[in-house]
Write a protein that binds this ligand. Sequence first.
Ligand SMILES: *[C@@H]1O[C@H](CO)[C@@H](O)[C@H](O)[C@H]1NC(C)=O
Ligand SMILES: *[C@@H]1O[C@H](CO)[C@@H](O)[C@H](O)[C@H]1NC(C)=O
Ligand SMILES: *[C@@H]1O[C@H](CO)[C@@H](O)[C@H](O)[C@H]1NC(C)=O
Ligand SMILES: *[C@@H]1O[C@H](CO)[C@@H](O)[C@H](O)[C@H]1NC(C)=O
Ligand SMILES: *[C@@H]1O[C@H](CO)[C@@H](O)[C@H](O)[C@H]1NC(C)=O
Ligand SMILES: *[C@@H]1O[C@H](CO)[C@@H](O)[C@H](O)[C@H]1NC(C)=O
Ligand SMILES: *[C@@H]1O[C@H](CO)[C@@H](O)[C@H](O)[C@H]1NC(C)=O
Ligand SMILES: *[C@@H]1O[C@H](CO)[C@@H](O)[C@H](O)[C@H]1NC(C)=O
Ligand SMILES: *[C@@H]1O[C@H](CO)[C@@H](O)[C@H](O)[C@H]1NC(C)=O
Ligand SMILES: *[C@@H]1O[C@H](CO)[C@@H](O)[C@H](O)[C@H]1NC(C)=O
Ligand SMILES: *[C@@H]1O[C@H](CO)[C@@H](O)[C@H](O)[C@H]1NC(C)=O
Ligand SMILES: *[C@@H]1O[C@H](CO)[C@@H](O)[C@H](O)[C@H]1NC(C)=O
Length: 651
Amino acid sequence: MGRSRLEGFARSCLLLVLASYCSSRGGADSSVKVLMSDVVEAEIGEMAVIKCQTSIPENHSYTYVFWYSMEKHLNDKMERKKIVEMINGNEVHNDSEAKSRFLVASNFSLLIRKVTPQDAKMYICKVGLGGPGVAENRTELRVSKAPEMPEIQKENRGLTAGDPKMQEIAKCVSHNGYPTPTITWYKDNDPLGPDRNDTEVHFAVTRESSGLMTVHSTLMARVTKEDRESTFHCQVNYVLMGINKTAESDHFRVDVYYPSENVTFEIEPPGQEVKEGDNITLRCKADGNPEPLYTLYSVKGEKEEELPNISGVYVFTSIKREDSGVYQCKVLDFEVTAAIELSAELNLLVNYIDVPTFSSPSPVNVDIGKDLKITCKAKGSKPLEVHWEKKGTRIANGTQLILNAVNYESLGKYTCITTMPGFSNYFKSKQVLVTVIGKPHVFAQKQTMYVQVGEQVNFTCEVYSVSPVNITWSEPNGTAHKAKHGHQHHISVFMVKITDSLLESGLNCSAKNSKGESWYHFRVKQVVTTPPSSRAGNGTSEKAQEGGAAGSRPKQESKKESKGVIIVAVIICILLIAVLGAVLYFLHKKGRLHCSRSGKQEITRPEAHKNEIVVEVKSDKLPEEAGLLQGANGEKRSPGDQGEKYIDLRN
Ligand SMILES: *[C@@H]1O[C@H](CO)[C@@H](O)[C@H](O)[C@H]1NC(C)=O
Ligand SMILES: *[C@@H]1O[C@H](CO)[C@@H](O)[C@H](O)[C@H]1NC(C)=O
Ligand SMILES: *[C@@H]1O[C@H](CO)[C@@H](O)[C@H](O)[C@H]1NC(C)=O
Ligand SMILES: *[C@@H]1O[C@H](CO)[C@@H](O)[C@H](O)[C@H]1NC(C)=O
Ligand SMILES: *[C@@H]1O[C@H](CO)[C@@H](O)[C@H](O)[C@H]1NC(C)=O
Ligand SMILES: *[C@@H]1O[C@H](CO)[C@@H](O)[C@H](O)[C@H]1NC(C)=O
Ligand SMILES: *[C@@H]1O[C@H](CO)[C@@H](O)[C@H](O)[C@H]1NC(C)=O
Ligand SMILES: *[C@@H]1O[C@H](CO)[C@@H](O)[C@H](O)[C@H]1NC(C)=O
Ligand SMILES: *[C@@H]1O[C@H](CO)[C@@H](O)[C@H](O)[C@H]1NC(C)=O
Ligand SMILES: *[C@@H]1O[C@H](CO)[C@@H](O)[C@H](O)[C@H]1NC(C)=O
Ligand SMILES: *[C@@H]1O[C@H](CO)[C@@H](O)[C@H](O)[C@H]1NC(C)=O
Ligand SMILES: *[C@@H]1O[C@H](CO)[C@@H](O)[C@H](O)[C@H]1NC(C)=O
């Protein structure tokens, strides 16, 4: 308090000096000056501060400060009314309303709490000093408040384009502003000024009980079809604390009704030819708003058939060739007084390919060695391309399949495929089965069987024959099972116990039908259990071999021994025996060897082990070994083998 008074005093002194220095007006009875702004701005609801600065001469203190407001009386005369007075630091209010809202600060400023619109008036501050007199000055208080955001009120109905009458576009409302705001309308961001002859704006103001202003503006316009693309909005313009401000409403469009002028009727997907099986949409579209009524017809000669449609759309799921023809769309638009009828037509062509047919029905039986010609007949809505495939591989172009000198490789399924140029992945196909008639074709998966004497072994023989066939085996002691495997594919499984004679002769599978007889020869080999090289210097190898031959089943892997290894092994064995013989003979001659009975036996006993030793040592067995190796390479052919080891009859 004391400090601010001191400050005020100092400032006053300065002002006084200035004032007295500058004062040229004579006769001023007072050296007191009251300095006030012309205008003070305040926001409604907030506190207003009206300053009153005084220049008090030295050695003088004020005696009172009076605050007045200028009130308008009924007779339009302005009169001042005292609001508050401060005498020697004591505030006096005559009414309680004034007491609660007005107060004087120590620097004489008038504070107004919770400013209302009614507070906007002229305020006078009068300062009285004991000696030099009194002075006063005045300030106008302006109050303001930002209005609420402008809101668009629009009826949810369409506007008719071309109507000569003005139609209401929308209302714009902004609540509770002060002083009264204004509203400007915009179309596509251009202001709609009052000078336009195609729009009208009706403006209204409501004073709320609070004293705040609510403004309403209605935009009327003559609507054109182009307005369907326009966006509109309104803007409220107001002053807050002396500054011009604006706020924009949402931008909106109007639903403009206009009659249809043009109608389009199209096939979707567009720009491509239609084929059977496609999903096709017929779409009729008129350019009016709202959507007019569509009627779709299929015109078949004289007959018109109505198609159900949803908003002018009709869908064919998996279209058929019968759906080809003329289609019509009619549009009825009631938007204008005289109903308009428009129509459009389209021609729908559905392409197709027939399933091909053959010159001879399937299956086609052909005698072995003969020529075969099959023609594939293709029909479609356009020229077609034809080709033949077997097992997925293209084997001939054109409608004709020609097979010269048919053999068993020729049998199987042939597919004729017809395609339509210009359409991707559109084809029809049909299969024809070609069967070859001749003496049976006999074959097997395994040509050479590796066995043990005494073992039960199954031999499997496969026979291809169109006509009935008898399959027989060369060995009487055994049992054959038929495992029929297809129409012309026969399988015979022969279970037999291996004998020495079977090892020598091998086994034949014969097949006989009305056209003749064929046979297949199986070679039967004793399994070689131990690689011959292992005999070198290992006393246990012979024993192991014996045990292996009698008991444990040797692995079939042994046959995979390479030719080279066996030959080298045989040579090494021969050399070793030769050397051993030489050494024994030498020692015997020298008399150093004390021949025991067992030792002699070892040398003189080879007869007992003839089988084993013969297999590996005897040179007369070597050609067979070589044959075995050849067989493994698949080079040597059996008499029954007609060039193809295995024909896949599944296709
Ligand atoms: C009122 O105050 C202003 C300064 O704010 C001053 O220029 C003006 O002279 C004063 N008027 C009177 C009558 O003192
Ligand atoms: C102010 O008062 C003091 C004594 O109270 C006096 O000496 C001085 O002259 C006065 N100054 C003026 C300008 O009257
Ligand atoms: C209060 O009332 C008295 C007597 O009616 C008057 O002299 C004085 O100016 C009034 N004061 C205010 C602040 O209205
Ligand atoms: C409106 O004004 C334009 C020129 O600004 C004029 O061409 C048009 O005829 C006027 N329309 C009417 C209905 O007066
Ligand atoms: C505020 O707007 C009024 C009219 O609306 C205009 O006369 C005045 O110049 C504007 N003031 C400013 C500071 O732009
Ligand atoms: C109607 O179609 C015609 C010709 O196809 C075209 O010239 C005209 O602009 C179209 N009208 C509308 C409104 O699209
Ligand atoms: C046609 O539509 C059906 C069902 O909507 C669908 O199963 C079929 O795959 C479609 N066909 C084509 C060619 O798109
Ligand atoms: C069939 O014709 C195509 C080209 O159209 C060619 O690439 C193909 O080699 C032909 N095939 C035969 C088996 O002639
Ligand atoms: C041989 O075939 C018969 C009957 O088909 C079967 O029971 C047996 O297990 C087969 N033997 C061998 C060793 O595969
Ligand atoms: C068939 O087996 C019997 C006894 O089981 C035998 O006597 C006969 O010699 C065998 N025949 C042939 C060809 O092996
Ligand atoms: C098959 O053999 C049986 C008897 O052994 C005989 O009756 C039949 O005619 C033979 N069938 C053919 C096609 O040879
Ligand atoms: C010889 O036999 C012994 C005993 O069975 C065995 O440990 C050794 O590996 C064999 N040597 C050869 C070269 O097979």
